[in-house]
Design a protein around this ligand. Structure first.
Ligand SMILES: CC1=C(CCC(=O)O)c2cc3nc(cc4[nH]c(cc5[nH]c(cc1n2)c(C)c5CCC(=O)O)c(CCC(=O)O)c4C)C(CCC(=O)O)=C3C
Ligand SMILES: [Fe+2]
Length: 348
């Protein structure tokens, strides 16, 4: 029987002194140009060295624990991060010391992909391989397909749209955004490839369907990318949100409704890359920009994720080696092979 849920966060700095060590952990061996690191470090320093992400994930942990209680599946919910304390190996050791034996990990990332899924399985697999903890750990699969995920995004969009911006107006563009990744990583994502982009397009379609039902407007939309990193020679998913804004302005757009479907909370990549950078671009171009909130701890989303987790907790424990939805090369990074824990199936 599963005896703890482990929520997994990306991690972020929570003080000036933590910024450089955090960036070093994120980027070790990734070939990210030093200029890019200086620039990203500056974003964190501007906010006093504090990323909003860890506090947001602590709030999600609490909200999930409450929602699991409410769903009739009370269970301990712990939190561990990839790139800042409390680190995955330390939290796993604490859970083992407290007598836990079987753990369901849940990443704070909804889509298939190396950074958003496999790397979390590697973080767990590596930790288990280097300590004899007697733990069995599996990871919940991508949950972008929860109907309430797109439903909550659509509801938040409608709730945050100013009265003087109409989706019905052809001058208003509806634009979904997510984290860019190398095109090679996008191709390798999911059990049969290209899952990262396809899953985002599916969510965007569901949001548009909700909007059509709510306000009777069938809105054209596009998916753009943000927060590109890596060396300029390596192809990443495009168009970048700022280039897209320039193209829309040239086509006569007057307003852009920007919906960050790639993230669960309004963390640094949202408040800097969208609310600062993309907002400046829009201001230069003389177009309005509305950025809608991420789902965060919205009870509609949290209750649905808790029900998905409860269903997984109620399912019979998989035999060792079986039940691995993310088998073989799912989201694999050809540059490194690391131990992984199994991932549970997509349920749709
Ligand atoms: C797909 C994806 C998600 C979404 C899924 C998930 O959540 O996992 C995500 C989330 C996040 N990314 C974050 C921060 C950073 N990501 C970086 C670098 C990179 N991200 C990548 C992809 C993703 N990243 C990739 C392919 C790289 C290149 C290096 C590598 O191959 O790994 C760098 C290095 C500097 C830079 O180059 O930008 C930083 C600082 C934060 C924290 C924000 C905060 O502090 O509030 C969060 C939630
Ligand atoms: Fe990132």
């Amino acid at each position: 029987m599963t005896d703890a849920v482990l929520l997994l966060g990306f991690g972020g700095p929570e003080g000036i002194d933590e910024v450089v060590p955090f960036l070093e952990r994120v980027t070790v061996g990734r070939g990210i140009p030093p200029e890019r690191l200086v620039e990203v470090g500056q974003h964190y320093f501007t906010l006093g060295g504090v990323s909003p992400l860890n506090a947001q994930n602590r709030a999600l942990r609490t909200a999930l624990a409450e929602a699991l209680d409410a769903a009739g599946s009370p269970i301990e919910v712990a939190l561990a991060n990839r790139n800042s304390p409390p680190f995955v190996p330390d939290v796993l050791a604490e859970l083992a010391a407290a007598g836990r034996r079987e753990i369901l990990a849940v990443a704070t990332a909804a889509y298939s992909g190396y950074s958003s899924c496999r790397q979390y399985r590697e973080d767990l697999g590596t930790a288990l391989a280097s300590a004899d903890l007697g733990l069995s750990v599996r990871k919940l699969g991508p949950f972008y397909d929860l109907p309430e995920f797109a439903g909550t995004i659509a509801a938040l969009l409608l709730e945050s749209l100013p009265d003087d911006i109409s989706l019905d107006d052809p001058g208003t563009r509806l634009v979904f955004t997510t984290h860019s990744v190398p095109t090679s990583a996008a191709r390798a994502s999911g059990p049969s490839g290209d899952a990262y982009v396809n899953q985002h397009r599916w969510v965007a379609e569901q949001v548009v369907r909700h909007l059509a039902e709510a306000i009777d407007v069938t809105k054209p939309w596009e998916l753009v990318f943000q927060s590109r990193s890596g060396p300029p020679t390596m192809p990443w998913l495009e168009p970048d949100v700022n280039d897209a804004l320039r193209a829309y302005a040239a086509e006569g757009a007057t307003a852009v409704v920007l919906v960050p479907i790639g993230f669960l909370s309004d963390h640094m990549e949202v408040i800097w890359d969208l609310d600062t950078q993309a907002r400046d671009t829009a201001a230069e171009l003389g177009i309005r920009l509305v950025r809608t909130p991420a789902v965060g701890t919205d009870p509609r989303f949290v209750a649905a994720l808790a029900r998905r987790i409860a269903a997984e907790l109620a399912a019979p424990s998989p035999e060792p080696g079986a039940g691995d939805f993310c088998s073989g090369g799912c989201c694999a990074n050809p540059r490194r092979e690391l131990p992984t824990v199994p991932g549970t199936g997509l349920r749709r």
